[in-house]
Design a protein around this ligand. Sequence first.
Ligand code: C2O
Ligand code: CU
Ligand code: CU
Length: 510
Amino acid sequence: MSLKLSRRQFLGGGLSFTGLCLAGPAWSNTARPSLPIPPLADGTNGEPLDLTIRTGMWSFKPGVMTPTLGINQDYLGPTIRTRRNTELNLNYHNTLTEGVSVHGHGLHVPGNVDGGPQLEMPAGEHWQPTLSIVQPAATCWYHSHTHGKTGTQTYRGLAGMMIIDDDEAVSKELPNRYGLDDLPVIIQDRTFDAAGRLVYSLEDAGEDGWFGDTAVINGALSPVAEVPAGMVRLRILNGANARFYILTFADNRTFHKIASDGGLLEAPVPMTTMEMSPGERCEIIVDLSEDTSAELLTFFEDDIDEEGEGIVSGLVGLVTGPGQSAAPASLLLRVDRTLVAHTVPMPERLATIERPDPEEIRKTREFVLEMDHGESDRAHAGHSGGHGAHAGHGAMTMTINGAVMDMSVINERVERGVWERWRIRSDQGAHPFHVHGCSFLVEQMEGAAVTPDQAGWKDTVVLDDDDWSEFVVRFDHLADEDFPYMYHCHILEHEDQGMMGQFTVTDTTG
Ligand code: C2O
Ligand code: CU
Ligand code: CU
């Protein structure tokens, strides 16, 4: 079993970065690409947005062209902007030679427009969902959810950010000038072969999923963004297939987390180090009014051991510059004093989060995530039939409550509008557990009380060996047997290998 460190040590601030401060940008500024800002696709007026899924060629590394997939562009897709209480009309066109389904991760929309595996667009076809946006402001995203191919398609580029606005969030006067002081930051990792092509193989993925050896941010290696000398908001998405990241600034500065997956926290939470698992989003505010630059470091969590030595060697690698095998990536925010700055102080209160009373919770469900290595003596012949895609070299059986994903099986039936408690446990390893069609409120994380930065609306929660994570959740939209919702591990290789289940939401569960 591979090392999984105690993530509570990071969250508890057990690691100290003092004494490791970098004097300035680690790479020479000229060597760094600018942060690519995906174009904004404004869907707030209800006009349909054309989203063409296509092949492309993208330069991750200077002078090297890499075959990719993208939406309206060569790699990744536009940032879709929508607003609460409007209709978002999307017109997807799949120009690939294989089927694709595209899921809106974090959206509270019915199952028939959720973009799960049942909604696959065959090659050449269109899909035109109308999404009624009824949820609060949040940073969501959209990505491939094609049955058995989510990992490979997302890795090659089928993903993008989605921003939901609402009047309340706007009234908080947070930085919101897209691409200027409100920046999308999509963190991923990729491996390239000698010809610059992306390397990916579900069959060859390790038990923790597919790890790229090179971190990329919006498709660039350690990019730079020019920002005003004020408050800057980063909407950070861990869009990696499997990698957990530890984020911290090179000067160990305090930043404020203002939002989790499903929207604003009740109040900004000061932090110096933050963990993000695949699928999670965080919005943070960095105050650059007194600075010339700040550098956000993106460490591979699995490179860091409990003594923090990995961080030290990572920093050394960074200081010595690119070309080092283990150099962590970073995003350099370089202040340009000619840009008009957002100087409104951060609000003390951001949102009100209404938790259900204990007596409102009508049902408890338990989910256990397991990885079976095949040599296990546990008989699983009963649920291994019909899943040829999961066979192959080194194949493991990935299950939830003993079952691998089967598109013809509804695993859970949920009643609409009723609060439930979901308790999730991992039998082995760390897994980010994600649920469609909702945001939930975490009550326990890995057996411990939830910390303030995790106490807001979420749709992805981390579990580790043998500890329960628990959340309360209520589903307000319908998902019938033809278009059920999914719950799954957001390590995309685990998902593609079957660590996923289907559930309906109906008005009567009888
Ligand atoms: Cu982001 Cu079902 O996924
Ligand atoms: Cu989702
Ligand atoms: Cu997993």
